[in-house]
Design a protein around this ligand. Structure first.
Ligand SMILES: NC(=O)c1ccc[n+]([C@@H]2O[C@H](COP(=O)([O-])OP(=O)(O)OC[C@H]3O[C@@H](n4cnc5c(N)ncnc54)[C@H](OP(=O)(O)O)[C@@H]3O)[C@@H](O)[C@H]2O)c1
Length: 219
């Protein structure tokens, strides 16, 4: 049976760590591999090839999502559009391109990425536009979870806190670190553990949930 895990945005950081954990089962799409997740035609072309080779994926993990740290009134229209493209358009188009095949196959797991605190409906002064986009991702995930549950597909969200990797926003993370009750930044491995659980057989009845991995930052 096909057990491929399609990781959209798995070229570096958290997505790369997930891909490494999945080993031979992982298929990675990024702009560097020729796939723009915010462009439906790019996704469709890549998925046509994927489907011919592998059929429907067992799991879809979407980790694309640029961070922009700016106050709301200091955010220009170009940043707004770029944030929307990266964090929201890419989720919408990826879901629409891939999930119907999983529904048809009547099995599968979808994991989307938000950020710790995005489900709390409170002020997010550090990055209000980014968190608004991530709140929308969570809302889309909940709706999708109910829509595809009859087909045996689960949909969940992982919400990382401050995860340290070579491309993460280290200045911002250093400023926030004193507010992390656990007293340390998270590692990609901390997030991989959450993804591993959501992909496991034991999680087949878990859907529409947000799994926060933040050392208590947003408790
Ligand atoms: N790191 C953290 O501390 C943290 C905290 C909270 C939430 N998150 C969320 O967790 C997720 C992963 O974060 P990360 O820090 O690992 O991200 P990252 O280092 O920015 O990596 C993003 C990956 O996505 C790919 N990508 C970007 N735009 C793309 C597009 N339009 N189409 C296809 N691929 C694209 C990039 O490769 P290419 O450039 O080759 O396309 C890269 O491989 C994101 O959703 C992020 O918002 C991260």
């Amino acid at each position: 049976m096909n057990d491929r895990v399609l990781i959209v945005g798995g070229g570096r950081g958290i997505g790369r760590a997930i891909a490494d954990d999945c080993g031979d089962r992982a298929v990675v799409w990024t702009r560097s591999t020729g796939v723009d997740a915010a462009d439906r035609s790019s996704l469709d072309a890549a998925f046509a090839t994927f489907r011919r080779q592998h059929g429907a994926p067992w799991a879809l993990v979407h980790t694309v999502g640029d961070f922009a740290e700016q106050p709301l009134l200091g955010t220009d229209a170009a940043t707004w559009s770029a944030q929307q493209r990266s964090n929201l358009d890419s989720v919408f188009h990826t879901i629409q391109a891939i999930v119907p095949a999983m529904v048809e196959a009547k099995r599968g797991r979808v994991i989307l990425f938000a950020a710790a605190g995005a489900d709390k409906q409170k002020a997010m002064l550090r990055a209000p536009v980014y968190f608004a986009m991530k709140a929308a991702v969570i809302q889309l995930a909940r709706s999708l979870a109910a829509e595809v549950a009859p087909a045996g597909v689960t949909v969940n969200v992982v919400a990382p806190g401050l995860i340290d990797h070579p491309h993460s926003h280290r200045d911002s993370q250093a400023r926030m670190l004193p507010r992390v009750p656990a007293g340390r930044l998270g590692s990609p491995a901390d997030v991989v553990a959450a993804v591993r659980y959501l992909l496991a057989e034991e999680a087949s009845y878990v859907t529409g949930q947000v799994l926060t991995v933040d050392g208590g930052l947003q408790v």
